[in-house]
Write a protein that binds this ligand. Structure first.
Ligand code: FAD
Length: 361
């Protein structure tokens, strides 16, 4: 542990406060990346990484649902300064977490991270050209949340710069839309409602009938991961998204590393993947009709004959802007033993027909 900030109530006098050149908030992939650049490019800068939880890694430590993985390839999602050398280009959470923690250790950041310190307020003073941060100590049991009514110790410190590597979602409560009837469903004996951000470690879906609400990246990860244990899985979607099957590995990356060595090979892979993503984005933007047709052709080829692709895989929006949902694997939807289904009754009937005809899915 590094130096611990002076303990004081928010009203404590300024001179009692610890001052750092930079405070980084969050020890996820962003905060650790920022720490590394501070340590190497600005030696002599005093800084600390304040982390609300008791563990580093952010997203990659928090999410525990079955199959949790990245959507991006790690050659571009990972750090420029630390080549991604794993065979999984689209990697599971455990590998990403290991990578992020290795980056922290290799760059001497472990002692810079101050765990269980949540920044709850910041105030800028033009007079002193400093930020004053109010920090609350969290405890071991409650990694992320506030227990109602519980008073936590607070103190302040000052900083010249603040880097917020806090991510983009609430850690204590994942977004849950208003779904009328959900409470009474959950209260019915034998039922369970689970949010992927708070996946119970002991949840066993063996033999259960499951509905996954949504069809974004999380749902697309969970469905195949639980299909083998569950009696039946239904993915329920409001609106279709673009889905493109991609390979989880990267054969060319492995070859580049063999030929050019780890560092050079990984750097070339990063450039290759950035160029590829740019080209796809540009193509989608300049030729949305052709891009849509291409997506559709790929998806149709993966699905049973006669499948209602237009209804379930053809979004109303053009294929530009945010990245499409990727599904790593050779087939868009592999043949799981328990056959997950997408959509409602009509489609279910169609799927049953296709299973009979094509012998799959
Ligand atoms: C399952 C999943 C897969 C994803 N896959 C991809 C992908 O492939 N590509 C992609 O680009 N993005 C992906 N994302 C988004 C992903 O979260 C980010 O890209 C990336 O991990 C964010 O890193 P981060 O360090 O900015 O934030 P986070 O990983 O969210 O880490 C933020 C850290 O800050 C801490 N913190 C927050 N607020 C405070 C505070 N007030 N005080 C102190 N500490 C605080 C948190 O405890 C946490 O440790 C994915 C997200 C999920 C959930």
């Amino acid at each position: 542990m590094g130096r611990v900030g002076a303990t004081a109530r928010p009203s404590a006098p300024q001179h009692a406060l610890e001052h750092l050149d930079v405070v980084v908030i969050g020890a996820g992939i962003s905060g650790i990346g920022a720490g590394r650049y501070l340590a190497t490019d600005l030696p002599g800068t005093s800084f600390a990484i304040l982390e609300a939880r008791g563990a580093s890694g952010g997203t990659w430590d928090l999410f525990r649902y079955p199959g949790v993985r990245s959507d991006s390839d790690l050659s571009t999602f990972g750090y420029d300064f630390k080549p991604w050398l794993d065979d999984q280009a689209i990697a599971d959470a455990a590998r990403i977490l290991r990578y992020v923690r290795e980056a922290a250790t290799e760059n001497g950041l472990d002692e810079k991270i101050r765990y269980h310190q949540r920044v709850v307020a910041m105030a800028w003073s033009s007079e002193t050209a400093r930020w004053t941060l109010t920090v609350e100590r969290t405890d071991d049991q409650h990694d992320t949340d506030h227990s109602p009514g519980q008073e936590r110790e607070r103190f302040q410190l000052t900083a010249g710069w603040v880097f917020a590597g806090t991510g983009y979602y609430r850690y204590d409560a994942g977004y849950t839309p208003e779904l009328p009837g959900l409470d009474s469903f959950a209260r019915t004996p034998g039922n369970a409602v689970v949010h992927p951000q708070h996946w119970p470690a002991d949840l066993d879906v063996t033999g259960r009938r499951v509905v996954v609400v949504g069809s974004g990246a999380t749902a697309i990860t969970i469905v195949p991961a639980i299909a083998e244990q569950a009696a039946h899985v239904t993915m329920l979607q409001r609106t279709p998204t673009y889905v493109m099957p991609v390979s989880r590995g990267d054969a060319l990356a492995a070859r580049l590393r063999r030929v050019f060595g780890d560092e050079r090979g990984a750097a070339l892979t990063r450039r290759k993947n950035i160029a590829k993503q740019r080209a796809v984005w540009r193509f989608c933007r300049q030729h949305p009709t052709a891009a849509r047709a291409l997506y559709r052709r790929v998806v149709t080829r993966q699905l049973p004959e006669g499948y209602d692709v237009a209804k379930h895989f053809d979004p109303a929006v053009r294929p530009v802007g945010p990245a499409p949902v990727r599904h790593p694997g050779r087939r868009l939807l592999r043949r799981p033993p328990q056959r997950p289904r997408v959509g409602g009754d009509r489609q279910d009937r169609q799927l049953r027909r296709h299973r009979g005809a094509a012998g799959q899915w």
